[in-house]
Design a protein around this ligand. Structure first.
Ligand SMILES: Nc1ncnc2c1ncn2[C@@H]1O[C@H](COP(=O)(O)OP(=O)(O)OP(=O)(O)O)[C@@H](O)[C@H]1O
Ligand SMILES: [Mg+2]
Length: 411
């Protein structure tokens, strides 16, 4: 193993596939981006792969672009997975503490996690992650780190994230057919959290909202770990299609109108401000007020945050999320969205771009790249893990095959 290792992240979104190549332990001492590749994504509907060939083409094109920029050949990658098919449940694992002294060792915590993993899940699903939330040491709850404590019985409270086997298989196929092996499939919001949330926010309680094209991922963190996650079938493209339908303009015109003149806050717009739009089938532009357009946007945004509020409720976390809502993803670029979220959800809201990467970050320091940036940091964190963590990770998910990391690129 050399001091420098290269890792790859692939985020397969509903509008784009983004591939980042990062060097760990490079010039900045952190993770430096040395390759970026992006391609339009056309094989997904509602967040899941519906057309393998098209998705393979998108992944291959993005990988190819990143390879050209970095001069390296991608061999394996950390790949994000999310969607309606992802589910989570809590589970407890219990073990008897071994060893003469009855001191809890790292080995014991790993065995407890392994025991928590043994929950029954339908054979149509598989476990993506087993995330320890806290330990119970001889009946004493709420222990963060039991290692070194004296105990007879150790229990772990774990959050188990599962995904539909067919979605996992299809996603895996798309990546492998594009010539890339999978180091690990990572629940996308877990990776995204690495670059848009601080540890303190996760401790205090925070909602992460990644507003993509067709989907919005919501994840609730509290006491340092994830409590709940869900995918809403609505995103920034839903706003565009409403504008297209109601103003009778093409999707391209609607998208441009939204980006250039759209806002989620109609009351902030001068009611007399008029724009000229050309509807489908018409030759002469007609006037509409910008406020009218903002009202269309506001209606959809309100519907989206309604769903977000329901997920916060489902997490059982209402009123306890002191760090508020963090918005990211391309949809978070909509003017006024943070205010709209704040007003509707009644909590502090802000838009975040990914932080924490070095190197070629100029073009990716923006909300649409939070997931891919997060996957790179996730990979690096796991790569720099010591031997014990390697063991922990091998318990940790589909293909937590760390050994792969050391050959993530061909020579
Ligand atoms: N300035 C902007 N204002 C409003 N929306 C924007 C702006 N820029 C980009 N978007 C929206 O961001 C969306 C794409 O976001 P993103 O790249 O995060 O999606 P994705 O990751 O491909 O999708 P998903 O996360 O659902 O799989 C587009 O639908 C686009 O309309
Ligand atoms: Mg996305």
């Amino acid at each position: 193993m050399t001091d420098q290792t290269v890792l790859v992240a692939i985020d397969i979104g509903t509008t784009k596939v983004c591939v980042l190549i990062g060097e760990v332990g490079g010039r900045s001492g952190g993770v430096d981006v040395i390759g970026i590749g992006q391609a339009p994504s056309d094989g997904l509907r509602k967040g899941v792969v519906i057309d393998i060939d098209r998705t393979v083409q998108s992944v291959a094109a993005a990988v190819d672009a990143a390879e050209r920029l970095s001069g390296l050949k991608v061999r394996s990658a950390f790949v994000g997975i999310s969607g309606m098919h992802v589910g989570s449940q809590n589970s407890r694992g219990m073990i008897a503490v071994s060893g003469r002294q009855h001191d809890v060792t790292r080995e014991d915590t790993l065995r407890a996690i392994e025991a928590a993993r043994a929950v029954s899940i339908p054979n149509t699903r598989e476990i993506l992650h087993v995330i320890p939330r806290g330990y119970v040491v001889d009946g004493q709850e709420g222990v963060r780190d039991p290692i070194g404590m004296s105990a007879v019985r150790l229990e772990v409270e774990a959050h188990i994230v599962t995904a539909s086997s067919s979605s996992v298989t299809n996603l895996t196929k798309c990546v492998q057919k594009a010539g890339v092996e999978i180091d690990e499939l990572v629940l996308t919001p877990l990776a995204t959290a690495e670059v848009v949330l601080t540890d303190e926010e996760r401790e205090l309680g925070v909602v992460l909202c990644d507003i993509g094209g067709d989907t919005t991922d919501v994840a609730v963190f509290q006491d340092g770990s994830i409590r709940h996650c869900a995918t809403i079938q609505m995103g920034a493209r839903s706003v565009t299609s409403d504008l297209g339908l109601l103003l009778r303009v093409t999707p391209d015109v609607a998208e441009t109108l939204k980006i250039k003149q759209g806002t989620a806050l109609p009351l902030e717009v001068d009611p007399d401000e008029v724009m000229q739009i050309t509807s489908i089938g018409e030759e002469v532009p007609r006037p509409i007020t910008r406020r009218h357009m903002a009202q269309i946007i506001e209606a959809r945004t309100a519907e989206l945050f309604d769903h977000v509020a329901r997920e916060i409720e489902a997490a059982g976390a209402t009123n306890r999320l002191q760090a508020g809502v963090v918005l990211t993803g391309g949809g978070a670029l909509l003017t006024g969205i943070a205010r709209a979220a704040r007003d509707q959800l009644g909590m502090a809201a802000r838009v975040m771009s990914p932080t924490g990467l070095g190197g070629l970050t100029d073009s990716i320091a923006a909300p649409p790249y939070s997931a891919s940036s997060g996957l790179l940091i996730w990979g690096a964190k796991n790569w720099s893990a010591d031997e014990d963590d390697v063991a922990a990770r091998s318990l940790d998910g589909v293909g937590g095959r760390l050994s792969r990391l050391f050959r993530s690129l061909m020579p």
